[in-house]
Design a protein. Sequence first.
Lengths: 414, 92
Amino acid sequence: MISRRQILKGAGSGALVLGTTALGAGLTLGRRSWAANAPVSPGVPDGTAASATLEALPGKKPLIKLSYRPPNYETPLEYFQDVLTPNDAFFVRYHLSDIPEVDAATWKLSVGGDAAATPAEYTLDDLKKNFEQVEIVAVNQCSGNRRGLSNPHVQGVEWGYGAMGNARWKGVRLKDLLEKSGIKKEAIEVAYNGADAGVTDKTPDFIKSIPAWRALDDSTMVVWEMNGAPLPHWNGFPVRLIVPGWTGTYWMKHLVSIDVRTQPQGGFWMNPAYRLPKGKFALVDRFVSQETDTNTPITEMVVNSLITNMGNGAKVQTGQPVEVKGLAWDGGNGIQMVEVSVDGGQNWRTADLGEDLGRFSFRPWSFRFAPATGAQSVMVKATSRIGASQPMEAIFNGAGYHHNAVQTIAITAG
Amino acid sequence: MRTICLLIGLTLAAPALADEDAIMLKDAPGKNLVEENCAACHSLDYVQMNSPFLDQKKWEATVKKMIDRMGALIDPKDAEQIVEYLAKNYGS
């Protein structure tokens, strides 16, 4: 008798085989040969550091494998040297294990719901021909990025610094699709589903919703292109939804349906998943139709920054100016200032800001200093245009969301 | 979409993804139950990754969540032994 596990594992490998053929990539990167090299972030649980490996999904560069099935792969620091994150190094995050290879030629997107006057169905060509195409540069960051650094540790995918990426997305405004379908004034939420599914019928399907006002924002888009190329399979091919400024949980991959609603969307992935204790974070965007007395859905990203050209334990030369480089981002207000401290947080000096690709993008920064001989720390802190900044310690919450503590690395000059 | 994926999977299932099979959980009583039940829905690196910081109570809550929320079909007797194995081998 064939076991359930065998069937399901077969399904998983079948999908991968198709992916391999389509993308011309190999599956030959052995686990063991890379096992010792996974560059996990300092502070992740011991079990994570021991089990993480550097491995390539079909069509992807070797990334930090945290789990095979569903696939959760983190982007190593080396790929954050540029303001845009390469598609083949962009992080991969799935909740469910059945991930079909969607055929772009037969793909369809349905738009309907009790708050849509005129339901519609679109092919990819329909989207391209019938609606204005727009581009936006935006950060896609997992709600649980840096969860692995939570103190105490909490259960979940134990991400380090790399469950994020920045890309130039191309597609159409969700607003334009909703207006074409006659969104009614009674609409309170827009829900949507992707083609992936759980392995049993009892596993809750990954369905998400956003408030109607957020769905009608110009930046919320239905996209098919990322950095000038079709979306990689592992990032939502052929079409995904993007909600710039808001965390990745709302960025539905393999989008297939949009449901314009007069009632709040239910289901595990809306509640209890992706919730923050009320009042713990100073956020601006609210998702009122989903709030309870005690908690609220996660909304926009908190302001954050990362040193990208050196890691903890870096060695630099005394007497030579050292340039520290990195990225800063927030939930869509834009970065006002990045400060660096090289004396353990006593004094902070302003870093130079680099190219501005818009308020939803990573903002590069750089800072030069002459290190004293011996060990010292380098810390970075960003401030957004609404004056929000980073705490010295992350605000603890049970799901490990919104980790934006000031990053500190120890370097040695000699 | 799930049915389509399963059908494709069954026809092309031959070359299994070797990497996942290389995951070796600690040898101890209950390991087989973990492999049979938990790996139906997810790879077993989830167990390793979430260690060693969950105590008995939290592992119990985790298994309960998998059954109640995620639809895992686990016999209650097996669930007890699974919790025992996880707490002993991957607990705090």
